[in-house]
Design a protein around this ligand. Structure first.
Ligand SMILES: Cc1ncc(COP(=O)(O)O)c(C=O)c1O
Length: 361
């Protein structure tokens, strides 16, 4: 694709830092606190999102798993989450033995519908996982109130929303734990990687053990953990990327604004920010009944327009579930994400607009 939907932006600073790791031969650390770069990355992330603690792990999936382990979620427990998400959210729940219960979304920003959430709560419900999909911010005030009333915990799936904020507070910091991903396509990357942020010291200490086979000093497993450690090469990249995050997000915002201006005369549902929300524009997602035709035309012309997610989790062969989620199904058939990442030029955006306007004729 001439203009891919997202690209990792690796510059000389990342290369220099990775080379330093190689020269030092400090590839990883099995210490409870992690390696030097892991700790530096954690400090930068915690400071950016204004959270007391951050624990780096080797993927966003691992971050969700670790958070579920930290809350003691197990077989017999139900976890409420949207079906309209990347499958990792649901897989992390199944991986700890719990049952995913799928909640519908709002057509306005593709995040969890608080009214449907309320209807799906049972005696077995333990945790709610709202997903800030595309960088859009879930209705956390409403979701938090429901959680309080029903004595449920919340883990934010902020894999796609690093840098998104609501009333100047960063996504991922509205609940006990927030989980981020640094997969190659995200707003900042380490190739593979993830992190959990929390203000709770007890959870922080638990998460560090869970990352490292439940050990504190080594060979003294105290709780169940796994090897979820982030390698130092990845942490080196992640650390440098944190320093560039604001620059990356500024460019995404500019591109999103240009695209909205260019497309506003067309009959598409365009993405928007609700009052108080600053989205990170991880994905600029439109909705239209002609989605497949439009996607094909854009792809044929080298534009990496992509449908996230044309098969919602509850419709995949593994999860095959008869729950009726009408808005999720509408979204799965209608959404189309267009490239706005920092390497997208104004010329690229005009080309996208031209293709879409020609299609309309
Ligand atoms: C919403 C969501 N949750 C979880 C994940 C899992 O992250 P990772 O791919 O780093 O395991 C991703 C991303 O890939 C995601 O988009």
């Amino acid at each position: 694709m001439k203009v891919p939907i997202n690209v990792p932006i690796i510059e000389k600073e990342e290369i220099k830092e990775v080379n330093a790791v190689l020269k030092e031969r400090s590839l990883t650390s099995a210490a409870n606190v992690g390696g030097k770069r892991v700790q530096e990355f954690e400090r930068l992330l915690a400071s950016y999102v204004k959270s007391r603690y951050a624990v780096a792990v080797n993927s966003g999936t691992a971050a969700l798993q670790a958070a579920l382990y930290a809350l003691g979620i197990k077989q017999g427990d139900e976890v409420l989450l949207p079906s309209f998400t990347f499958v990792a959210t649901a897989n992390s729940v199944v991986s700890v033995g719990a049952k995913p219960v799928f909640v519908d979304i709002l057509p306005e920003n593709y995040t969890m519908d608080p009214l449907d959430l309320k209807k799906k709560i049972t005696k077995k419900s333990k945790v709610i996982i709202p997903v800030h999909l595309y960088g859009n911010f879930s209705y956390m005030d409403e979701i938090s109130e429901i959680a309080r009333n029903h004595n449920l915990e919340i883990i934010e799936d902020a894999a796609q929303s690093l840098g998104t904020s609501y009333k100047k507070k960063q996504s991922g910091t509205f609940a006990k734990m927030g989980c981020f991903s640094m997969y190659a396509a995200k707003v900042t990357t380490s190739g593979e990687g993830g992190a959990i942020v929390t203000n709770d010291k007890g959870l922080f200490e638990k998460l560090r053990k869970i990352r490292n086979h439940g050990m504190l000093h080594g060979y003294d497993t105290r709780i169940l953990g796994l090897n979820l450690r982030l390698p130092e090469i990845s942490a080196a990249i992640a650390k440098v990327q944190m320093k560039k995050l604001s620059r990356f997000l500024d460019k995404r915002k500019k591109n999103a604004k240009i695209l909205t201006d260019l497309l506003s005369d067309l009959n598409y549902v365009l993405p928007d920010e609700r009052d108080g929300v600053q989205v990170n524009w991880y994905l600029y997602t439109i909705a239209t009944a002609n989605r497949n035709k439009i996607m094909k035309e854009l792809n044929n012309k080298g534009i990496g327009a992509t449908a996230y997610y044309s098969i919602p989790v509850h419709k995949t062969p593994f999860y095959k579930n008869s729950t009726k989620l009408p808005v999720t199904e509408w979204a799965a058939n209608s959404v189309l994400s267009l490239p706005v990442h920092p390497r997208v030029t104004e010329e690229n955006l005009h080309l996208i607009s031209k293709i879409l306007h020609n299609l309309g004729k």
